[in-house]
Write a protein that binds this ligand. Structure first.
Ligand SMILES: Cc1ncc(COP(=O)(O)O)c(C=O)c1O
Length: 427
């Protein structure tokens, strides 16, 4: 069946929780996916940033097959050996944390769990500070700290936000006023520290516009959290697991080591796995004052995939490769920006980055409409592109095994798309 036939035969059975594309995907291999009409697309967001080793990776399939032939769920009060091996493997890739790992399913679930513990451990303080444009999921708790707050009714009590510093290049952060965000945080803490349990941030703000607050900013935030005895949680659902060229992005941020580290998406190689890492230096075992129960916690299948992913990233040398590929993409994007002034602020840190497109105007609806036209034109040219920041920023988080030839093909097709869509831009 082709795209249209599939929609006609089955479309009515899918809940319309999103405005889905007309393309129905049937196959995926490496960095490419194919739709039912046989069109092939280069997936520059790597399966919603989850397929870090590519689609249909035979090695992942083989390991998943082996894992699926063993115990599927031991119940919450038993541990499987596979989970212990995975916890040690996670511990070893974040040595600064002396970490203890807890495996869950999704990013939102892991953030919920982290905040649930932070609140209990802080003696029942309930407040949380986050970025105004941060994103931590859309469960009933996390949506209160995400840019989707607009839909939260009623608003969560004691939810505070500070402005995310608008830094596109941490090397040039001295030109940006990030200090006022530190002051905002200090003002909130001065007035409410008795109520605040945790501050949760993405160290690179992705959905909210691909912003890279510098190391100096994070060191100030760490100092404030220490001074006011507030837990610092880093949501590395996108930046973790090697994407930025280190295992976790906090490892590029000097003295800023978080108390909780959350990772999801890529860590499961495409399967739903997330992890909360508790900092063993700042959260002693005696701080755990309650149990956590969730059907898929510490599943041996998911944990086994995490360990396999770590081995693969090490064996294939993806940390340094991601860094190099990031520089390569950035060079190409800078060249495109010189040719097309509507492409603004190209930026990459390893394999997380992108650029803004200047659609002009302030009208949200108008920008969203134009960005969706641009995405459609990208599809026409064989590119799967994803926007964040309400349609202003194209996000690039390709699989780690994307080849240089594929990157060149992305750049050529992006250029073609920019050329044909000039009418959408204000310059
Ligand atoms: C930084 C960050 N945190 C949390 C989440 C939520 O993860 P999930 O969609 O798996 O619940 C996302 C999802 O995009 C994310 O990007």
């Amino acid at each position: 069946m082709n795209n249209l036939e599939l929609w006609e035969e089955y479309g009515e059975y899918i809940a319309p929780v999103f405005q889905f594309s007309e393309h129905i995907f049937c196959k995926g291999q490496g960095s490419y996916v194919k739709d039912a009409n046989g069109n092939r697309f280069l997936d520059m967001s790597g399966g919603q940033f989850c397929s870090v080793l590519g689609h249909g990776n035979p090695k992942v399939a083989e390991r998943a097959f082996i894992l699926s032939q063993n115990i599927v769920n031991a119940g919450v009060n038993f541990l499987c050996e596979e989970v212990l091996y995975a916890a040690k493997a996670v511990h070893e890739i974040c040595p600064e944390m002396n970490g203890k790992a807890f495996f869950l399913s999704t990013g939102a679930e892991a953030n919920e769990c982290c905040l649930r513990y932070a609140k209990q451990m802080s003696g029942h303080r309930s407040g949380v500070i986050s970025f105004d444009v941060g994103y931590h999921g859309l469960s009933l708790g996390t949506e209160g700290y995400s840019m989707g707050r607009a839909y939260v009714k009623p608003q969560l009590k004691n939810s505070f936000s500070i402005q995310a510093p608008v830094v596109y290049d941490p090397e040039c952060a001295d030109k940006v006023d990030w200090w006022s965000s530190v002051e905002q945080m200090e003002d909130i803490l001065k007035a409410h520290h008795e109520e605040i349990a945790a501050a949760i941030f993405e160290p690179i703000v992705s959905t909210g516009g691909l912003l890279y607050p510098p190391k100096e900013f994070w060191e100030e935030i760490r100092n404030l959290c220490d001074r006011y005895r507030v837990y610092l949680a880093f949501d590395e659902c996108q930046t973790g697991f090697g994407r930025t060229g280190t295992w976790f992005y906090y490892q590029q941020l000097g003295r800023c080591v978080p108390d909780f580290l959350i990772c999801a998406k890529g860590i499961g190689l495409g399967y739903p796995v997330s992890v909360v890492v508790f900092n063993g230096n700042t959260i002693p075992a005696s701080s755990f004052v309650m149990n956590h129960v969730s059907s898929h916690q510490n599943d041996p299948f998911g944990a086994g995939l995490v360990r396999f992913g770590i081995q693969q990233i090490e064996e294939q040398g993806y940390l340094s490769q991601n860094r190099e590929k990031g520089y390569y993409i950035l060079d190409q994007l800078r060249q495109l920006a010189r040719e097309c002034p509507a492409l603004k602020h190209p930026r990459m840190c390893g394999l997380i980055g992108g650029f803004d497109l200047d659609f002009g105007g302030d009208g949200k609806a108008e920008v969203l409409e134009k960005s969706s036209q641009f995405s459609e034109a990208g599809l026409h040219n064989g590119l799967l592109l994803q926007f964040g920041n309400y349609g202003r920023t194209v996000r690039l988080l390709p699989p780690y095994n994307i080849s240089y030839t594929e990157i060149d093909s992305f750049v050529a097709n992006l250029k073609k798309t920019l050329d044909t869509q000039r009418g959408l831009f204000c310059q």
